[in-house]
Ligand binder design. Structure first.
Ligand code: M6R
Length: 615
């Protein structure tokens, strides 16, 4: 949530800041702003706009007052405290306007600080928690006229999460940055330096970066940077080479990133499997899993924690791991795990699943689990993220950058990573016979082509979506391994079309939700041949008897289906265990086309941000 950038060097500062913010727009789009120090007139200038970044770009395009800025900070906001508005947009300043700040995070004790600062004469112009930090640092600055020390002394009083960039008119050759529980890195260039919440903001300028840790404060000049702890002690930091290619984020002719990312899935499947699953006869290789074989053999319990779409991948993971390894698996939303008694210990494996690796709830949950002694394994699309760096073991999912706020290809990659991890465990624990393992791997290798086949039938799914675009509510049902597909399909639909869609276990319909059914309520029934197929069919018939409109998502050729269902989305056959890797694709397309028919902002749905870095 919220993205911040900073730049000091000889490039066109406004361009660097806007490019950086463009790549961080996935973190929020309620408002944006930049602040630059204009060397010609010795002034700090602030430009802000409500809404999408384009509004700020328009303002800056028409501005004639900017001359030679060589240092600046920028922000893209996902509103937490205070409505989206120009006055609440960052950067924020102190009363005299000499100090400017951008912030990502939430200051939990801001009301207490605010009242102290008001007693000292500070006048607040916004409803944000961030403005408190600006006034607090300005007060500290009065004491010793040193920005680094002022920031260091101020952050000691903050409770909550922050990544900050601060500039002061009296120290126009440096930016001070600080972090706690929110990501921040310094991009190291040649006589220029960058600060950003995430790699995409800097990668087209430099591949060298230094990640800040919690409670570190960085002073960044054009030709060097220095990092200290809260007591001012200098810390030697490592500059890493980022394993990223400089890339422009591009829709490649697709109308939306979401559609492009859905279409990338056959290649994503190939990428996830490559190197790890060489052929059906070779054991799975997971180089970054550091569990030794004795630990795996004695493992009796796994807990998986995640949020949103990653939580749905975790639910599929539970089925896969339990079926293949007989290890008991619990799945929990990170935000719930945080506030309950912990039952994990050194004999538990805790798996965190996260596309971004920066989701605040999941970071807190894995930190708590780590304190219980559990081994932490992270399944993530970002091996350079906070979660990955704190984990004992890693399964990188290799889905490539996902821009659309609605997760699609990362879900596919997470689900596939669970297959690989479960087979890996099973090969060590000997819980499946070799024939079963070979068959499963053989089927896994078929997946890229099967996903391609589904995409070739996109027009049929689009046509089906057009019939349901005007509905106000939707129910998704399934059982067994595809129950998570029902939850995920419903989440996709509601987050991009704002239609009230809910996933239910099909057998639970009759325990309450069936009361909602009538001819206005469509039901998407995910029913892949397997142990629960007939049961789901009966549940669908119960819904039919209440006049609900029914859509089947199935690979079955059963002619009876035509008597029960109004529409049938056919997908290729695959064993039930692997079917979630196929059922997700038409559900993504179905949601996409409904949102597209409704003219919604598919890639940047209202109220959402891709990376939720506040609890
Ligand atoms: O980066 P993470 O996977 O940890 O993010 C978790 C959720 O915020 C995320 O999956 C969210 O639900 C997506 N918008 C779903 O499309």
């Amino acid at each position: 949530m919220c993205g911040i950038v900073g730049y000091i060097g000889s490039r066109n500062t406004v361009d660097v800041l806007l490019n950086g913010l463009t790549s961080l727009e996935y973190r929020g789009y309620d408002s944006s702003g930049v602040s630059v120090y204009d060397r010609d007139d010795g002034e700090i200038k602030i430009f802000k706009a409500e809404g999408k970044l384009n509004n700020l770009k328009e303002i800056l395009k028409n501005d004639t007052t900017l001359k030679t800025p060589g240092i600046g900070i920028g922000h893209i906001r996902w509103a937490t405290h205070g409505v989206p508005s120009v006055e609440n947009a960052h950067p924020h300043t102190c009363n005299c306007g000499n100090l400017v700040i951008v912030h990502n995070g939430i200051i939990e004790n801001y009301l207490e600080l605010k009242s102290k600062l008001e007693n000292l004469g500070c006048k607040f112009k916004s409803q944000t928690d961030t403005e408190t930090i600006a006034h607090l640092i300005a007060q500290k600055y009065k004491e010793e006229q040193n920005l680094t020390n002022a920031v260091r002394n101020a952050v000691k009083e903050l409770k909550g999460a922050y990544a900050l960039c601060v500039m002061h008119r009296n120290e126009p050759n440096l930016i001070v940055a600080a972090r706690k529980n929110a990501p921040l890195l310094i991009g190291v260039g040649n006589n220029e330096n960058f600060i950003a919440s995430d790699v995409p903001a800097i990668i087209s300028y430099t591949k060298h970066a230094c990640y800040l840790n919690d409670d570190e404060i960085a002073t960044v000049w054009a030709n060097k940077f220095e990092v200290c702890d809260l007591e001012g002690k200098i810390i030697n930091k490592r500059v890493e080479i980022l394993p990223w290619e400089s890339q422009t984020i591009n829709k490649m002719g697709y109308k939306h990133f979401m559609l492009k990312e859905i279409h990338e899935q056959p290649d994503v499947v190939r990428n996830v499997l490559s190197n790890k699953l060489i052929d059906a006869n070779t054991k799975i290789k997971l180089d970054e899993v550091k569990l030794n074989s004795d630990t795996i053999k004695n493992l009796s319990r796994i807990e998986i924690i995640a949020c949103g779409t990653s939580l749905h991948a975790a639910m599929v993971g539970k089925y896969i791991i339990e079926s293949m390894t007989k290890i008991a698996v619990d799945v929990e939303a990170s935000s719930e795990y945080i506030y309950r008694e912990k039952t994990t210990n050194e004999n538990t494996l805790v798996i965190g699943v996260s596309q971004s690796g920066e989701t605040a709830d999941t970071i807190t949950a894995i930190r708590q689990a780590k304190q219980t002694g559990a081994h932490i394994l992270i399944i993530t699309n970002r091996p350079d993220s906070t979660m990955a760096r704190e984990a004992h073991s890693l399964v990188p999912v290799n889905a490539g950058i996902e821009v659309s706020v609605a997760a699609t290809k990362s879900y596919m990659a997470q689900v596939l990573s669970f297959y690989l991890f479960a087979i890996y465990l099973s090969e060590i624990k000997n819980t499946m016979n070799s024939e079963q393992l070979i068959n499963l791997k053989f089927e896994l290798l078929k997946l890229p082509n099967l996903v391609e086949t589904i995409l070739q039938h996109e027009d049929e799914i689009k046509k089906c979506a057009s019939k349901y675009a005007s509905t106000k509510d939707f129910i998704y049902i399934s059982r067994g391994i595809n129950l998570a597909s029902a939850y995920e399909g419903a989440l996709k639909l509601k987050e991009i079309s704002y239609i009230n869609a809910t996933g239910y276990p099909a057998g639970e319909l009759k325990h309450g939700p069936i009361a909602m059914l009538d001819e206005t309520m469509p039901v998407m029934v995910i029913m892949m041949p397997g142990v629960v197929y007939e049961k789901i069919l009966s549940n669908a018939q119960e819904a039919k008897a209440r006049h609900a409109k029914l859509i089947a998502l199935t690979s079955s050729n059963d002619p009876k289906l035509y008597d029960t269902f109004d529409d049938i989305i056919k997908i290729p056959q695959i064993c039930e265990m692997l079917s979630p890797a196929l059922t997700c694709v038409p559900l993504q397309l179905f949601a996409y086309y409904i949102a597209e028919f409704l003219g919604k902002d598919v890639d940047q749905p209202r109220n959402l941000a891709k990376s939720v870095t506040v609890e």
